[in-house]
Design a protein around this ligand. Structure first.
Ligand code: SF4
Length: 194
């Protein structure tokens, strides 16, 4: 489609602002281009944290009035990343606002050769049941030293281990630590510690 630009809308070059000129010539912006606004123009910037590794880069998450995420970028005020993000951090917006994102769980039953789709709530309930059953079977109040026969109170389970990924934020890791210690789990590890 042919677009005609009305050059008469521009005032003589000496009266134009700098950004309205290209060298000594008027910058021939259409009215539509002049009125365009960035998609984060009126968005609220919320400080957040990249969830992918122990570096802990700071983010600015731009949200609209109704809470929709509009964009994510590095926070230039962070002494850790100074506004930069690696490819994983840069892709957070695309991962988050993605209609192909999985919202169900792929479950493979014992001895099955295929995965089944299950709701997230179902998976959480199953995990809770298995943790409860395993803890009840393996919880030990005392440990006996095999060399001396001395007994010590331990109140722990060696039947459950916790391995956290760096996709956990600070608060999630805090809650996970509290939960595992209160269950008596002693084998606790997290990629963020490494
Ligand atoms: S994954 Fe990349 S952007 Fe995220 S905290 Fe680590 S280095 Fe920073």
């Amino acid at each position: 489609m042919k677009t005609t630009i009305d050059l008469t809308q521009f005032a003589p070059s000496q009266e134009l602002d700098l950004h309205e000129r290209v060298g000594s010539l008027p910058n021939v912006l259409s009215q539509r281009t002049r009125e365009l606004k960035g998609r984060i123009a009126n968005a609220k910037a919320v400080t957040s944290l990249c969830c992918y590794c122990a570096v802990g880069c700071s983010l600015l998450a731009y949200v609209s009035d109704d809470g929709t995420l509009l964009d994510v970028e590095g926070n230039p005020e962070s002494p850790i990343n100074r506004g930069h993000l690696c490819p994983k951090g840069s892709a957070i917006f695309g991962f988050t606002m993605n209609d192909q994102r999985w919202t169900t769980v792929k479950y493979r039953a014992p001895y099955s050769d295929r995965y089944e789709e299950r709701p997230l709530e179902w998976a959480l309930e199953r995990i809770a049941q298995l943790v409860k059953e395993t803890r009840e079977k393996t919880f030990a109040r005392e440990w006996t030293n095999p060399d001396t026969g001395e007994k010590r109170r331990v109140n722990h389970t060696l039947g459950i281990a916790s391995l956290g990924g760096a996709t956990f934020g600070i608060e999630e890791n805090y809650m996970l630590g509290k939960l595992m210690h209160s269950l008596g789990v002693v084998s606790i590890e997290n990629q963020a510690r490494i």
